[in-house]
Design a protein around this ligand. Sequence first.
Ligand code: 4AD
Length: 455
Amino acid sequence: LRYAPVCGRSYQCLKDNEVLIRGRVHATRPVSKKIVFVVVRGKGFTVQCVVTTEGEGVSRRMVKFVAGLNRESIVDAIGVVSVPDPENPIKGTTQQVELHVRKLYCVSKAMPTLPINVEDASRSEAALQRGVQLPRVNQDTRLNFRVIDIRTRANQGIFRIQSQVGTIFRQFLLSENFYEIQTPKLTPGSSEGGSAVFKLDYKGQPACLAQSPQLYKQMAICGHKNRVFVIGPVFRAEDSYTHRHLCEFTGFDVEMEIKKHYSEVMDIVDRLFVTIFDVLNERCQKELEAIGSQYPFKPLKYKPKTLRLTFEEGVQMLKDAGVEVDPLGDLSTEAERKLGQLVLEKYDTEFYILHRYPLAARPFYTMPCYVNARYSEEIISGVQRIHEPELLIERCQACGVDVNTISYYIDSFRFGAAPHGGFGAGLERVVMFFCALGNIRKASLFPRDPRRIVP
Ligand code: 4AD
């Protein structure tokens, strides 16, 4: 355990004070035929290993072998952790703690040249500090070689945060008596309206990939439990090639019975997201620092009790700032962004709930009141749904939705259905928002957009 601060989790204590670490060759620095330094990058640690013929060291052949190792090769190094003597330092040493290698095995050899550098040097402070001048490649090229790209400290941080968001989301909802359910991803038709669906042939019948778990989570409320949530893939055949649209993303969906008022749903949105932000700040400082060193950002500003504004109030704020918007339509991306700035200036928060949306801007299943939470980007949407079949049919007709294609859903409300509501959030948008990444592709391990299905 003495070695834990050096080696993080990827080490094993052997006998006689020896440890075994596994990691990638980050860099090699041959000093002479008798000594080479090799920086090994493992999960949660980077340590300099000294490979020398001196003392209880290794053979000259071994020094030569290590000096010739290609960057990113995976090695197992066995040695003794030591603190260099400041009175008598080994020539060329730079570290406070090192591993004096006794044995080193190459577990997997990397190619001599990498298609891209691990660190995007033009932006990585760490790389610049080391004086490394590397050519910069664009995001598209980095995504082509995502297996290398995701090795950067910043990307490791992003995906740890992504995993934490999922963990906190699940833990919070389970502790609030929600049940986790699974909904079909092969569906007979669209759920959000519009043509943004991936169509497929289902044994001779037209079908599509689920555009959201919307209809099924509501049907679950009709017959299953009174509070449910779903975590799963959502498919949108978006034509929008933008910084915030993906064709496949991870949907975090919640649905619950409403006892008195739709504000019960907003209360859950509020407590859930404030908990997510609080816990991320508490648990992920190291990751946030790593992300910030590559993509500098300021910590998200939010309040312990989330600000709630009505759509009307938002429209008025925009009008006062000289931005005209249609009070019965949706907000454009520019208007949304402007409102985010105005809210930040006036209320000092980037996270707020905008509710009572005009019906024309929302899908057919929406009760005439609505909630969105956003700052510049919409990250959550939803609130109360229609639970009366006749009103649902009326709204389908008004929105041009063919009732025959969703009769199974409408009929679910004919056997007694409680008032209910819920919301959906995109995991990648939440991470992009929290870390101010500016582009959703950075928050997706293998992004799918209108131009990309590989790798
Ligand atoms: O706003 P959306 O389309 O709403 C629904 O799917 C509803 N069924 C949710 C509800 O319960 N009423 O999508 C929900 C969330 C958005 O707020 C956004 O975070 C994310 O999903 N999202 C996308 N993320 C990435 N790429 C896209 N193309 C997205 N479209 C929506």
